[in-house]
Write a protein of this length. Sequence first.
Length: 157
Amino acid sequence: MYKFLVLTLSTFFYIGYLPLMPGTFASIAAVCIFLFLRATPLNYVLMLILVTLTGFLLSGKAERQIFKTKDARYIVIDEISGMSIALLPLLVSHYDLKMVLIGLLFFRILDTLKPYPADRLQDLKGSMGIMSDDIVAGIYSACALQVVASLNSLIAS
């Protein structure tokens, strides 16, 4: 039962097993969660905290005990957390689907490029290495998305 729970949550309900681009599909799943919970910001923030804590608790165990390889591609709970962070500015600013897609694009690019300090953080062992680089990518994406949202508001007015 324990192994099943670690596997199910670390792969975010088996999205990590998709044969192509599991990280991108996990990010899309996070977008769906955002769209579902956007009307209740407190619930969205609570979900983000729960997913992030679960990622820190279980991703290292999945890495060591199940996949037996560093930051296995199947572990995508880190993408759920990072992408959810990236969309945080849209809880308080005007948003439309275009802004959500821009946030997705920012996150996927920054998660792939891993700008400092994400490039160093991913080398940490266990859950810290798995989760930290995506959290940084999420923070950078949120900042970039806030700039775009602010510019969009200025242009619209």
